[in-house]
Design a protein around this ligand. Structure first.
Ligand code: GLT
Ligand code: MN
Ligand code: MN
Length: 389
C-alpha cells in the first residue's frame, strides 16, 4: 500500500454506529452543538466516505413510541438509503440505558416488570436487526450496575443476566435468526459500578450459559483502558477462546471520563499493537468505530473524524506489515525464543517426560547469559511508528 493510498474499501469492513456519526455533542454539562442528522443521511455520508457498514440501536432508527406503521415506513426508507449508499447493516443492538424506566438496570433490575420490558424491547430489536440483515447482536449493559450495593446481591444480578441471555438465545433459535451475541463490558459510567466490568468477566460468564457457542464478546478499547487494562491482551484472550465476535474501536486517556475518541488519536502505540494483532490473526469481523467527533466540530468535522478513524487503522495496518517484514526485528524475535538443545520437552504431560524434567539440571547462570534486547526491539518499533524506518 502506498503512502498516498489509505482509501477505505469494503473488504476492510469498517463500520460506524448511527449513534457515532449522529452524536450531537451533548455531555453531562452541556447541550447539543450539532443538529440531528437523520439515519438516512448518515447512511449516505458513510457511503460517501467509503465505509462498509452501519450499526444501530433500535431507537437510533425507530423512536421508542413509534406506531407499527411508522416503524415500517422508517425501516423501508432506511433500507433504501443503505442500498443507495452501498452500506450493509452487520450489527444491531438494543438501547436499554436511555429511557428513565431503566434507572435501576434492565435485565438485572429489581422490578420484574422492568426486566420483562427489557426483554420485550430486546426481542423487538432483534426482529428489527434481522429485517435489516444484521448477523451480530451486541448487548451493552450500561445500566446494569449500582451506586450502592445495598440494593441487591451482586450474584443475584449475575443470575438475572444469565436468565435474560438464555431467553434471547432461545428466541434466536426459535426465529431462525442465526445471530451471534456479542457482550460488551465496561467498568463504570453511567453507573457507579457496572456488573460485567471487563471482557474477562464476560469470558468467565459465557461458559455458564445454556448456549455458550452462540455468545461471544464485543471488547471496546476505551472501556478496558478506563479500567487501566491492556486492551490488546483482552482481545487476544477473547480471540484465543474463539469469542471475538465484534470489536469497538476508539481511544481513551486513562483516568478520564468516557471519551470515545477517534481511533488511535490518544495512544497510537497501543492502537498499533491492536491492529497488528487483528491483522496477524486474520480477524475477519467488522472493524467498528464506536467513537464520536470532538464537541467543537460541525458535520464537516464529523466526516474528518470518521475518515480519520479509518485512515489511522490503515496506516497502522501498513506499519504492522512493515514490522513483520523487518529483518532486524525478525532476527531478534528468533533469538529470544530459540531453544537450547537438550531442554526437556514440556508441551504435554507424560510420566516419562515428567521424570526427565524432574531429573534435569538447569544451569541458571548459563540461562541468564542469553540477551533479551527488548529495548532495541521496542525502539525499532518506535522508529517504524514515527516513520524513520
Ligand atoms: C453507547 C456505549 C457504547 C456501546 C453502544 C452499544 S451504546 O454509545 O457508549 O460503548 O457500544 O450499546
Ligand atoms: Mn461500545
Ligand atoms: Mn464507549
Amino acid at each position: 500500500m502506498s503512502k498516498t493510498n489509505y482509501q477505505p474499501k469494503p473488504e476492510h469492513k469498517f463500520s460506524f454506529g448511527l449513534w457515532t456519526l449522529g452524536n450531537r455533542g451533548r455531555d453531562p454539562f452541556g447541550d447539543a452543538v450539532r443538529r440531528t442528522m437523520p439515519p438516512t443521511e448518515i447512511a449516505s455520508v458513510l457511503g460517501e466516505i467509503g465505509a462498509w457498514g452501519v450499526n444501530l440501536h433500535d431507537n437510533d432508527l425507530v423512536p421508542i413510541d413509534a406506531t407499527p406503521a411508522e416503524r415500517d415506513r422508517i425501516v423501508r426508507e432506511f433500507k433504501k438509503a443503505c442500498q443507495q449508499g452501498g452500506i450493509v447493516v452487520p450489527m444491531a443492538t438494543v438501547n436499554l440505558f436511555f429511557h428513565p424506566v431503566f434507572r435501576d438496570c434492565a435485565f438485572t433490575a429489581n422490578d420484574p416488570e422492568v426486566r420483562a420490558y427489557a426483554l420485550q424491547k430486546t426481542l423487538r430489536a432483534m426482529d428489527l436487526g434481522a429485517e435489516l440483515g444484521a448477523k451480530i447482536f451486541v448487548l451493552w449493559g450500561g445500566r446494569e450496575g449500582v451506586e450502592t450495593d445495598a440494593c441487591r446481591r451482586a450474584d443475584e444480578a449475575v443470575k438475572r443476566l444469565r436468565e435474560a441471555v438464555n431467553y434471547l438465545c432461545e428466541y434466536n433459535i426459535a426465529q431462525g435468526y442465526k445471530y451471534r451475541f456479542a457482550l460488551e463490558a465496561k467498568p463504570n459510567e453511567p453507573r457507579g459500578d457496572i456488573y460485567m466490568a471487563t471482557t474477562g468477566h464476560y469470558l468467565g460468564f459465557i461458559p455458564t450459559l445454556d448456549h455458550p457457542e452462540m455468545v461471544g464478546v464485543n471488547p471496546e478499547v476505551a472501556h478496558e483502558q478506563m479500567a487501566g487494562l491492556n486492551f490488546m491482551h483482552g482481545v487476544a484472550q477473547a480471540w484465543e477462546a474463539g469469542k471475538l465476535f465484534h470489536i469497538d474501536l476508539n481511544d481513551q486517556a486513562p483516568g478520564r471520563y468516557d471519551q470515545d475518541l477517534r481511533f488511535g488519536s490518544n495512544n497510537p502505540k497501543s492502537a498499533f499493537w491492536l491492529v497488528k494483532f487483528l491483522e496477524d490473526v486474520a480477524y475477519d469481523g467488522p472493524r467498528h468505530f464506536d467513537a464520536h467527533a470532538y464537541r467543537t466540530e460541525d458535520y464537516d468535522g464529523v466526516k474528518d473524524f470518521a475518515r480519520g478513524c479509518m485512515r489511522t487503522y490503515l496506516i497502522l495496518k501498513e506499519k504492522a506489515a512493515r514490522w513483520n517484514a523487518d529483518g532486524d526485528i525478525q532476527t531478534i524475535l528468533k533469538e529470544i525464543s530459540a531453544a537450547v538443545p537438550g531442554t526437556p520437552k514440556t508441551g504435554s504431560y507424560s510420566a516419562k517426560g515428567s521424570a526427565a524434567l524432574l531429573s534435569h539440571v538447569f544451569d541458571k547462570d548459563a540461562i541468564m547469559q542469553k540477551r533479551l534486547p527488548y529495548e532495541k526491539l521496542d525502539q525499532l518499533t518506535i522508529d517504524i511508528l514515527l516513520g524513520v524506518r
